[in-house]
Write a protein that binds this ligand. Structure first.
Ligand code: PGA
Length: 254
């Protein structure tokens, strides 16, 4: 079975002590993960070492960065490089979240550079794609997300692309309480997989974990994760509440 992943995206929320308490509450429930299951906590940069040490004894639990800069190093005041993240022993990073694309004008080309730097630094990118409401209403979402994959990922070798995690997050479902239906999620995930198969072949496409994101909650996770091509979720709001996120972890395919 493909790796099934519950990924928390804290965004710019929680003070340090609140983050620590949240991790304690989640980890104290001792949810043992199977070999094919993973839990990832994408926390603000200053919390990375704390999160890493919280999960260090737990099998298949990991800390992640939410972003990295697209240049290797240099005069970019306030930015954080993939190399710095790697030097903290962190091996996951979200790349291309729609909020980065929208508020920080990150293009598919810039995201390709970030992906390269992550891979050079042994960091697994969680690459986000997804369409805005206007595109969904126009019915062109399939071409739109295919282009996101093509322009940011398809320069990679098969070996490189097989270590990327993809998160499909329709922008109209993020933080809105409006979730894609299971039919919409399954249809898009199958489409993404077929686009990858077109470039890299079926075998490789079948190995890649594709997460769904956008208002995943304790009460809808199981249904969404039960779709054959949905391999878990990238969770914002509900990952800030221990009881919610614990239930979401429990909803991963067994
Ligand atoms: P949400 O956010 O779960 O609050 O909709 C998901 C995300 O942006 O990753």
């Amino acid at each position: 079975m493909r790796t099934q992943i519950a990924a928390a995206n804290w965004k710019m929320n929680l003070k340090y002590q609140q983050g620590e308490k949240l991790l304690d509450e989640i980890l104290d429930t001792k949810l043992l993960l199977k070999d094919h299951q993973k839990v990832i906590f994408a926390v603000p940069f200053p919390y990375l070492i704390m999160a890493r040490s919280e999960v260090s004894e737990e099998k298949n639990y990991h800390a992640a960065a939410q972003n990295c800069h697209h240049k290797k190093s240099g005069a970019f005041t306030g930015e954080v490089s993939a190399e710095m993240i790697h030097s903290l022993n962190i091996s996951y990073c979200i790349v291309g979240h729609s909020e980065r694309r929208e508020f920080f004008s990150e293009s598919n080309a810039v995201l390709a550079e970030k992906i390269n730097l992550c891979l050079e630094n042994f960091i697994t990118p969680v690459f986000c794609c997804g369409e805005a409401l206007k595109i969904r209403e126009a019915g062109t979402q399939n071409d739109f997300v295919a282009l996101q994959l093509k322009e940011s990922l398809f320069h990679l070798t098969p070996g490189q692309v097989s270590s990327v995690i993809i998160a499909y997050e329709p922008i109209w479902a993020i933080g809105t309480g409006k979730t894609a239906t299971t039919e919409q999620a399954q249809e898009m995930h199958a489409h993404l997989r077929s686009v990858i198969a077109g470039q890299y072949g079926d075998e490789l496409a079948n190995q890649i974990s594709i997460l769904y994101g956008g208002s995943v909650k304790a009460n809808n996770a199981k249904e969404l994760f039960s779709c054959p091509d949905v391999d878990g979720g990238l969770v914002g709001g509900a990952s800030l509440v221990s009881a919610e996120f614990i239930e979401i972890i429990r909803s991963l395919k067994p």
